[in-house]
Design a protein around this ligand. Structure first.
Ligand SMILES: [Zn+2]
Length: 197
């Protein structure tokens, strides 16, 4: 009997100042509290742990930022990195994909677990009025309720679920390599199962 375990889910954020350029019009929030000629930019990612300690989380966020290539494009002036614990969950979001730990579950058990996860996130989005898809009102709702929409990146449509071996989905949505969940060498090496969508 597969117990569908939940893990510690974190979100990593980076925020920095970069020079204004001719070809980009920063939004109001990007100019807020920025010195003349600069605007704020940011990125984030999620990760998940079976067990964690703070030193490990700090190392991981530093490594994530080291590997963030886009930062080389800008003359960055100031960087804030922070990690925030989000919740206990079964699946972690990637780029148009989700992954969980391979703990010996069958394909059927993994798919059933993911279906339940998707339903939970859809219910959350409906409950707070975000609608089925991520929408422009999310800041207004966040200010009112303190809740964020969960962007499923297409996972809400089961027909999109597929497997793309060796992280192909990260570099431009390569062709499907089989039925989900993915159990390719890269997934095996990291001890995970992945569903792309
Ligand atoms: Zn894989």
């Amino acid at each position: 009997m597969f117990e569908d375990p939940k893990y510690h889910l974190f979100r990593f954020y980076a925020k920095w100042l970069q020079p204004d350029t001719e070809d980009y019009e920063p939004s109001a929030w990007q100019k807020k509290d920025a010195p003349d000629g600069f605007h704020w930019n940011s990125t984030s990612t999620r990760t998940m742990y079976k067990e964690y300690n703070i030193e490990h989380v700090e190392q991981e966020i530093e490594r994530w930022w080291d590997e963030f290539d886009d930062k080389k494009k800008y003359d960055i002036q100031k960087v804030y990195l922070y990690a925030q614990y989000e919740e206990q969950e079964t699946w972690c979001q990637g780029w148009f994909s989700h992954w969980t730990f391979d703990v010996g579950q069958t394909d059927q058990e993994a798919l059933r677990s993911f279906e339940k996860f998707v339903q939970r996130k859809k219910a959350h989005n409906y409950k707070y009025g975000f609608g089925e898809h991520y929408d422009d009102h999310h800041e207004r709702i966040y200010r009112k309720t303190g809740q964020r929409a969960y962007c499923l990146m297409g996972a809400e449509d089961r027909w999109r679920w597929t497997a793309r071996a060796d992280g192909q989905s990260m570099v431009g949505f390569g062709p499907s390599t089989g039925d989900p969940p993915c159990r390719c060498d890269a997934c095996r090496k990291h001890g995970v199962l992945r569903i792309d969508h």
